[in-house]
Design a protein around this ligand. Structure first.
Ligand SMILES: Nc1ncnc2c1ncn2[C@@H]1O[C@H](COP(=O)(O)OP(=O)(O)O)[C@@H](O)[C@H]1O
Ligand SMILES: [Mg+2]
Length: 313
């Protein structure tokens, strides 16, 4: 999977009325440092979408596309083409803000809320989610995009089949430099070289963040509680974490970035390969996940506000 040829159009503020007639706004899905995310219905199709409002003054980086200055986040999303990355559907520019209309995967929660709600996940589920995350991060690395804010809140997960979608490219940048400075991202998911401000590189940084996500998936807690702890990088595992999972997490959370495992090696680690694998076009799941997924395909198009069937937890 490569990049999409760029076709891009941002509707000007004169089309505000058109936006209002095309999308019926609903409940708030999330609000963050840059603005607000609201669920909406595309009136012509009844499709549910998510609208991310980004205040112009909060945009970290703008890019010029076809003579329009738009948030870089939208340009990255528009050019990426991967089943585990959220799709950008439409975009509007208003006086003080931009509205990015994105796909809103149904039956999904962000991974942070998912873990808060359903607790630690077993190896099969954690491995399947981590495999998708590593695969999409490898795709970004191959296409020279550095997300810079990989964390559970920026991953949406389908509560029934565990398919993920990576969101929030608000801190992303082109990965055309060897080393990066500046504190884009989130301290709890960032490596020692980010904390110490000695310069950080795309692949080792992303691997570290994915390691923190894997630890969180398996334990429902974070591996490090403050910056000193990140700098020491000493890991304490609850008993429930398997030996195979510990081995992979230790290799991803190596204090020295040069000793950290790379994407390809992580994807070949037994914790990932034994419990499930992802091909280019088809997903091969182990029996336990497969039976759960197929039993609940019916829920693909439902929202995740209701309780999960007990057998899934
Ligand atoms: N396309 C989407 N579908 C469903 N929920 C979303 C979507 N995009 C964002 N969210 C929710 O909104 C939250 C904030 O969105 P995000 O893009 O990460 O904004 P911020 O840049 O403020 O962190 C996410 O953590 C998630 O819970
Ligand atoms: Mg976010």
């Amino acid at each position: 999977m490569g990049l999409k040829p760029t076709r891009f159009f941002c509707h000007p503020s004169s089309e505000k009325q058109e936006f209002k007639s095309k999308y019926e706004l609903g409940k708030t899905l999330g609000s963050g440092s840059y603005g607000q995310i609201v669920e909406a219905t595309q009136t012509s199709t009844f499709r549910t979408v998510a609208v991310k409002y980004i205040k112009r003054k909060n945009v970290e980086s703008m890019l010029k596309i076809q003579k329009q200055n738009v948030p870089a986040e939208a340009v990255y999303l528009n050019s990426l083409d991967h089943r585990n990355i959220i799709s950008l559907i439409d975009m509007y520019e208003f006086k003080n803000k931009f509205a990015l209309v994105m796909e809103r995967p149904l039956a999904s929660l962000d991974l942070h809320d998912f873990i808060s709600k359903y607790g630690p996940q077993n190896d099969a589920v954690a491995s399947f989610i981590e495999q998708q995350l590593l695969s999409v991060c490898l795709y970004l690395d191959n296409n020279l995009i550095f997300h810079r804010d990989i964390k559970s809140e920026n991953v949406l997960v389908n509560c029934y089949n565990y398919n993920i979608k990576l969101i929030d490219f608000g801190s992303a940048t082109y990965a055309n430099q060897e080393t990066y400075y500046g504190n884009f991202g989130t301290p709890a998911f960032s490596p020692p070289e980010w904390i110490s401000e000695s310069g950080y590189r795309p692949e080792p940084t992303t691997i570290w963040s994915c390691g923190v996500v894997l630890f969180e998936l398996l334990t429902a807690s974070l591996p490090f509680y403050d910056e000193d702890h990140v700098m020491r990088a000493t890991l304490f595992f609850p008993d429930l974490v398997s030996h195979s999972a510990r081995d992979l997490i230790r290799k991803m959370l190596k204090r020295d970035e040069h000793e950290r495992i790379c994407f390809e090696e992580a994807l070949q680690h037994p914790f990932i390969t034994v419990t499930g694998e992802c091909g280019e076009n088809e997903r091969v799941l182990d029996d336990s996940i497969y039976s759960r997924c197929s039993a609940y395909t019916i829920y693909e198009n439902q929202n995740c506000d209701s309780e999960l069937p007990l057998s899934l937890i």
